[in-house]
Design a protein around this ligand. Structure first.
Ligand code: XLS
Ligand code: CA
Ligand code: CA
Length: 441
């Protein structure tokens, strides 16, 4: 596929990124992601459904709480409208040079907010038309979009959970506009991430009321979306904290409890971000598994945190062990379905060459391609699955089966509790050693 050409070429000197294999020394080539390679009946491209995150790739400029921007973008322009258009051209040039099938964005990433809410709506709809043209020209699709209801100072006390009704209504205005834009662009999912939907102190917070308001907003969004023709999934993206001290969508388990509490399980699922799972004290694969077990895995934000500091550092995923464990859960789920692997990841502050943006995505895509290959090997070989099946086999027949089927009461169960018990090893080290063999053979 040839890349998208806007008025100018912004990533000059870098062409389409091709698969060259692991012997290649060219940093601007895939070593493991061979998009047409078939694994378990589908191509790598079909399995992995990669998406580019607009905010990190084309907005984040290296600034952090301790220092200003370190990165400059050739598409930036002092005029906000020109800036939006040039950024869209650069985004589609990049996405097509990488041959990624999907992208994701917040309203604030693609269109400048203007001076008031009317301008916000006009600008966002105008940019949606521009994005649609570029989608049609390239075949790149929208995996999901979302509302940024956390950066603007008006949301400092929350959006749907704000103690002021007028702010809740402002959040609704943005959410409605973003759902309209989603439909215009044929988005496959719509995401809610509640960075400010939580609290800083319980001294000033009525948590019960705030959670009920969040539930109401999600119901209204569902009802509106269905009324105007959105057929995809609404996704809640869990995160325990940051920027709020405590966020209501803490992790997969609590988000699913929330979804079920409000009867939203037919319309909502989860968007699991690796670095949010680790921030909640879980592994990435844990939160994925919780979703799969509940039939509520929607999509995935593929990134990684830092094992030492525990923040939401949003690094590009390079840890192949984690990618393998994640792909194992995903393959056993029958794949990502309408979800994808969105690189919610940013270059490090000191990775300042434009080329680094390509290398970062290549590394992430190669890591998941490796993870996919190893996960498939593990499943085909079957030893680990067999081990787990055997481990629970006492529930497959006899009294164990009766217990599982709910055909026993506590008294009956207690009468069986007098046997001599053997210690049965969990053999974790054996399984870890086996995993190394799959990784490196
Ligand atoms: C922030 C979140 C955010 C969501 C979309 O931590 O990851 O980027 O993915 O609002
Ligand atoms: Ca994050
Ligand atoms: Ca995310």
């Amino acid at each position: 596929m040839s890349y998208f050409k806007g008025e100018k070429e912004y990533f000059k000197g870098i062409g389409n990124i091709e698969f060259e294999g692991k012997k290649s020394d060219n940093p601007l080539s895939f070593k493991f992601y061979d998009k047409d390679k078939v694994i378990a009946g589908k191509t790598m491209k079909e399995h992995l459904r990669f998406a580019c995150a607009y905010w990190h790739s084309f907005n984040a400029n290296g600034s952090d709480p301790f220092g200003g921007p370190t990165m400059s973008f050739p598409f930036n322009d002092a005029d906000p409208k020109t800036n939006d258009i040039q950024k869209a051209d650069a985004a589609f040039e990049f996405i097509t040079k990488m041959d990624m099938p999907y992208y994701c964005f917040h309203d604030a990433d693609v269109a400048n907010p203007g001076k008031n809410v009317d301008e916000y709506q006009v600008n966002l709809h105008a940019m949606a038309k521009e994005l649609k043209k570029r989608q049609d020209a390239t075949g790149v699709k929208l995996l999901w979009n979302t509302t940024n209801a956390f950066s603007d100072k008006v949301f400092m006390n929350g959006a749907a959970t704000n103690p002021e009704f007028d702010v809740v209504a402002r959040a609704a205005l943005q959410i409605k506009t973003c759902i309209d834009v989603n439909i215009e662009l044929g988005g496959e999912n719509y995401v809610f991430w509640g960075g400010r939907e939580g609290y800083m102190s319980l001294l000033n917070t009525d948590m019960k009321r705030e959670r009920e308001h969040l539930g109401k907003m999600l119901i209204m969004a569902r009802d509106y979306g269905r009324k105007v023709g959105f057929t995809g999934k609404f996704l809640i993206e869990p995160k325990p904290m940051e920027p709020s001290k405590h966020q209501y969508d803490f992790d997969a388990q609590s988000s699913i409890a929330f979804i079920k509490e409000y009867g939203l399980e037919n319309d909502y699922a989860c968007n699991i971000e690796a670095n949010h799972a680790t921030l909640a004290g879980h592994t990435f694969e844990h939160d994925l598994q919780v979703c799969v077990d509940n039939g509520l895995l929607g999509s995935v934000d593929a990134n990684q945190g830092d094992a030492q500091n525990g923040w939401d550092t949003d690094e590009f995923p390079s840890d192949v062990y984690t990618a393998t464990k994640a792909m194992l859960v995903i393959l056993k789920n029958g794949g990502l379905h309408a979800g994808g692997l969105n690189f919610d990841a940013k270059r490090r502050r000191n990775s300042t060459d434009l080329e680094d943006l390509f290398i970062a995505h290549i590394s992430g895509m190669d890591s998941f391609a490796l993870g996919l290959e190893v996960a498939d090997k593990i499943i085909r070989d079957g030893k680990i699955d067999q081990f787990v099946t055997n481990r629970y086999s006492s529930f497959d027949s006899g009294n164990g089966k009766k217990f599982e089927e709910g055909k026993m009461d506590l008294e009956g169960l207690a009468t069986l509790g007098n046997k001599d018990l053997k210690l049965i090893s969990g053999r974790q080290e054996y399984l870890e050693a086996l995993l190394n063999r799959y990784m490196f053979s």
